[in-house]
Design a binder for this molecule. Structure first.
Ligand code: PXP
Length: 240
């Protein structure tokens, strides 16, 4: 089945609103795992606005599923990631002013440096994903760096006005086909929710989705366990 990574950054956003201990991020991760999530995803941002270094360490020690660490390809964060050794890292662009990750990583303009970053992670036994816009050039550049996965940015699709939705979906379909052709595993994420997920889940070859904000927002009303189950049910029907 298509696997689900639950991004729990915004559980930490709520905690950081009071700089206290609640809600407990490890408890949240455990609820997601018990509900059937296949992976927990967190973004250790350079400004540490939500997830803290200690969270990443504790998650690495306590998860029974996989830990996927989203991060900028910057030396200080790379050093932390290589020490903690999550199951995988997902390289994302980062801008301190942004509310959330805005665009995909421009792999094409920094393929040599990123090839070295990928090799460093492989040496440490960590898989690497490139979070990229669904563009052929970025897919091919990602393959050249020897990354294991591409995570196609679904934000433009999720935010598209009605008359643009099919175009945006098609860009993802094309990029996904190219990724598979290049020998990459294809994941997707950003802006996905119970309303727009089914069309993405129907794309052939999709391995995993990473979903954060919509699950945490929905959890306020139905609880975290149920919010995760709702998404898993959609992924299950896509398989069926
Ligand atoms: N995948 C990546 C690479 C991301 O940066 C994010 C946002 O942190 C997500 C998935 C999850 O996006 P959302 O919170 O919109 O579901």
């Amino acid at each position: 089945m298509i696997e689900l990574g639950v991004n729990i950054d915004h559980i930490a956003t709520l905690r950081e609103a009071r700089k206290g201990e609640h809600p407990d991020i490890i408890a949240a991760a455990k609820v997601c795992e018990l509900a059937g999530a296949h992976q927990i995803t967190v973004h250790l941002r350079q400004d540490r606005r939500h997830i803290q270094d200690r969270d990443v360490r504790l998650l690495a020690e306590t998860l029974t599923t996989r830990l996927n660490l989203e991060m900028a390809a910057e030396e200080d964060i790379i050093a932390i990631a290589r020490e903690i050794r999550p199951t995988s890292v997902c390289l994302v662009p980062e801008n301190r002013q942004e509310v959330t990750t805005e665009g995909g990583l421009d792999v094409a303009s920094q393929r040599e440096r990123l090839t070295q970053v990928v090799a460093g992670f492989h040496e440490a036994g960590v898989k690497v994903s490139m979070f990229i816009d669904p563009e052929p050039e970025q897919v091919e550049a990602s393959a050249e760096t020897r990354a294991d996965y591409v995570e196609l940015h679904t934000g433009a699709y999720a935010n598209a006005p009605q008359n643009e939705v099919m175009n945006e979906l098609n860009r993802i379909v094309q990029a996904a086909a190219r990724a598979l052709n290049c020998g990459l595993v294809f994941n997707a994420g950003h802006g996905l929710n119970v309303h727009n997920l089914a069309a993405v889940a129907a794309i052939s070859g999709l391995n995993e989705v990473n979903i954060g904000h919509s699950i945490v927002a929905r959890a306020v009303f139905v609880g975290l366990h149920e919010a995760v189950r709702e998404i898993l049910n959609i992924l299950r029907s896509a398989d069926g």
